[in-house]
Design a protein around this ligand. Structure first.
Ligand code: BTN
Length: 326
């Protein structure tokens, strides 16, 4: 294929600005030689000025696009999860360089009827929220996002989505980086007992059926979380080099969507238990009202933690923040 000729079948009129950027980037990525403004214009069914404006915008956003006498060449891309970096799901990706919390934006979108698997991503959060009213420090370098899910399940089964999300992320991390990512009850991801990812979920229901479950995830990727939280660690700290947030998110979203679409929610807690690092440990579970201590004997099929208390009695804990003691 010659680069300076429009590709057959690719002459179409792309209306959406982000779709235009997606097309320009994909064309430049797939070409060893410069691609002329005229080719891009023809393929996009737009004007040369419009092509030039998109190129200029992409350059402003950090893309290393060089203009030569023969056309445009792409030399580098920023590691930013812009919507056009996810061509298959572009319409459902909302990226903010900075926001209060992705949970708030996702909730608004969900209440307004946004589609299943809408994803809200932030470069940093100024009011990041953690479990049990805690703050979630969300500085540059971490990956912060909330996914809106609309599973057709009874509200009592909503927590299965959380188990599906943490199980999937543990498996994605193991596959991509070969690290021993384990799940701490209920949904944290730990590596060698240090927290790599926290998860927060919110649900609304109607007539006992889930209306939406929003799952917010904060993954320590290229940041240094131990500055705020001594028991936290990032992928950069573990691997000794930075990794692409874009690629990690893309791989996780693909894996998670596949799992969710299979709809096999009955077995999810059982699968999650294969990576569970809480079972067998002495733990302290803190809820908004009570504190429980004991040995984590098991996690039942609904995701509740079964504690063996000092007096030998068993206690079922439905929710709470769990601290490993030994
Ligand atoms: C925890 O472990 O306490 C849960 C942390 C959840 C943090 C994520 S970051 C993306 C989303 N937006 C928030 O404000 N919180 C969640």
């Amino acid at each position: 294929m010659k680069n300076n000729l429009p590709m057959p079948g690719l002459q179409f009129s792309i209306q959406k600005k982000s779709a235009m950027k997606a097309h320009i980037l994909s064309r430049l990525r797939n070409s060893k030689e410069a691609v002329s403004g005229e080719v891009l214009r023809a393929e996009l069914g737009t004007s040369r000025v419009s092509v030039w404006k998109h190129i200029q915008k992409l350059q402003e956003l950090g893309y290393g696009i060089v203009s030569t006498g023969k056309g445009y060449q792409l030399h580098s891309c920023p590691d930013i999860p812009f919507s056009w970096e996810f061509p298959q799901r572009e319409e459902k990706i909302h990226y903010y360089p900075e926001t209060g919390s992705t949970m708030e934006i996702a909730r608004d979108l969900a209440r307004k009827g946004c589609p299943h698997f809408t994803v809200v991503i932030a470069g940093r959060q100024t009011k990041g929220r953690g479990r049990l009213q805690r703050q979630w420090f969300s500085d540059e370098g971490g990956l912060y996002f909330t996914i809106v899910l609309r599973p057709e399940i009874p509200a009592v089964l909503a927590s299965r989505m959380n188990f599906a999300a943490s199980l999937t992320l543990a498996e994605t991390l193991r596959r991509l980086f070969g690290i021993e990512a384990g799940v701490k009850w209920p949904n944290d991801i730990l590596v060698h007992d240090k927290k790599l990812c926290g998860m927060l979920s919110e649900m609304e229901s109607e007539a006992d059926m889930v209306s939406f479950v929003n799952i917010g995830m904060g993954i320590n990727v290229n940041n240094d979380p131990a500055v705020f939280e001594p028991n936290a660690v990032s992928l950069k700290n573990i691997l000794g080099h930075e990794v692409s947030k874009k690629e990690l998110l893309s791989a996780f979203l693909d894996d998670f969507e596949k799992r969710i679409n299979q709809g096999n929610y009955e077995t999810v807690v059982g699968e999650w238990k294969k990576h569970a690092i809480t079972i067998g440990r002495q733990v302290r579970v803190v809820t908004t009202k009570e504190i429980f201590e004991g040995r984590a004997a098991d996690v039942d099929k609904d995701g509740s933690l079964i504690l063996e208390c000092e007096d030998g009695k068993r206690k079922t804990v439905i929710y709470g923040d769990c601290f490993h003691q030994l």
